[in-house]
Design a protein around this ligand. Structure first.
Ligand SMILES: *Cc1c(COP(=O)(O)O)cnc(C)c1O
Length: 398
């Protein structure tokens, strides 16, 4: 018999009741070290006092008004994000997928408004993940998400990740832009090189097309920079963000330059919930902390310690670990043993991490972790890999 909840998830049999910092507690009080952060969402950990205060304060005043009216919290969030990035303007959403959907519509509409309605196609990359709406699964191009849902939304041309020659070859008179994650999350923690990102920017400029970045997972401090593309010196035309900006409250945004947004005039897009006062009060509170002095430096410092520890872990388990990947606190352990077995052993050791494609164990801790949390995580990882290796050792097989 079907459960009252649509069974689209194979859930672990664990339910949490409360959390504090990088720790979460089940209903029976068992403590877990959370290196999943709700899939890069709880950027400031659980029950961060500044976020709790901002949420409670706004909850007592006003939750929602609709976008028929001005929303001061939304205006403030947009002003601050614009000041901190390439963007001149943005649309606030409730999720990452909605931010991507807005980005796709904006890119198409830009060319339409310039008299080129034929330019509606986006070049995307193998291993991409852009969300679960019909357009987003078409953009991601993964068969497991497309199967059974009818003809894929038209207008996406996929090439190998980071293959600049293939991008060049794919650009045609119908191309509107290039959509890419600077660091692939779900695809297995693959980083687009600085050279590749610059080459994509150059190709966009040469062809009059738009560079659209999906920083839904890698943005908002996750890589040790406010946004992952920043060290390249390249700026996008459009960028989708979500996950970390809400710290656990559902909010996303589609940021854009004035030029790229020029087709999106009144009436072309909307959302009932998007950017309501409650969500934006929390988004502003996240920014207070992430933009605070020393915060991103902390992420870089603690990331370096974790990376050094993971390198040592690889040395200790060469039969189980192929490679350490990723940036900042968005790290992946590419496994030679099944990643699912490692995640199960980690759960036995009361630590949460996330699976990723390409047999990777993904580590997405809250950005507020300290060296004690890192040491704790490394110890549990060491135990989990040792257990998986022991179980796989020849002679033990029944
Ligand atoms: C999570 C994610 C999305 C989808 O965001 P939702 O909030 O789940 O809709 C899109 N792109 C990337 C890179 C993501 O990590």
């Amino acid at each position: 018999m079907i459960t009252p909840l649509l069974p689209t998830y194979a859930r672990a049999d664990l339910a949490f009741e409360r959390g504090e910092g990088a720790r979460v507690y089940t209903e029976d009080g068992t403590e877990f070290l959370d290196f999943s952060a709700g899939i890069a969402v709880n950027s400031l950990g659980h029950a961060h006092p500044h976020l709790v205060a901002a949420l409670c304060e706004q909850a007592q005043k006003l939750w929602h008004t609709s976008n028929a009216f001005r929303i001061s919290q939304q205006e403030r969030l947009a002003e601050r994000l614009a000041a901190a990035t390439f963007a001149d303007t943005m649309f606030i959403t409730n999720s990452g997928t909605e931010a991507i959907e807005c980005a796709i519509k904006m890119a198409r509409r830009y060319h339409w408004s310039k008299g080129h309605p034929e330019r509606y196609r986006l070049i995307t990359f193998e291993g991409a993940f852009h969300g679960r709406t019909l357009a987003a699964i078409a953009a991601g191009g993964q068969e497991k998400y497309l199967e059974g849902f009818g003809p894929a939304v038209e207008g996406f041309d996929q090439v190998a990740f980071g293959d600049i020659d293939a991008v060049k070859a794919a650009i045609g008179p119908e191309t509107a832009g290039i959509l890419v994650e600077p660091v692939q999350g779900e695809g297995g923690l693959r980083t687009l090189s600085v050279m590749a990102l610059r080459a994509l920017r150059d190709l966009c400029d040469e062809n009059g097309i738009l560079l659209v970045l999906d920083e839904i997972q890698c943005g908002v401090g996750r890589t040790g920079h406010l946004f992952a593309h920043e060290p390249s010196g390249v700026t996008p035309d459009i960028m989708a963000i979500a996950k970390g900006i809400g710290g656990g409250f559902p909010i996303g945004a589609c940021l854009a330059s004035e030029e790229a947004a020029s087709g999106m005039v009144a009436g072309t897009h909307g959302s009932t919930f998007g950017g309501n006062p409650l969500a934006c009060a929390v988004g502003n509170a996240v920014l207070d902390v992430v933009l605070g002095e020393g915060f991103l430096q902390h992420v870089r410092d603690v990331s370096l310690r974790l990376r050094q520890g993971l390198a040592a872990l690889q040395d200790a388990h060469p039969e189980a670990i192929e490679e350490i990947r990723g940036e900042g606190l968005m790290l992946g352990i590419k496994c030679k043993v099944p990643n699912k077995d490692v995640l199960a052993e980690l759960r036995e050791r009361r630590m949460l991490a996330v699976a990723a494609g390409d047999n990777v164990v993904r580590l997405l801790p809250p950005l507020i972790i300290d060296e004690t949390d890192v040491a704790d995580a490394l110890e549990r990882l060491d135990g989990a890999f040792a257990a998986v290796e022991a179980a796989a050792a020849p002679g033990d097989a029944a």
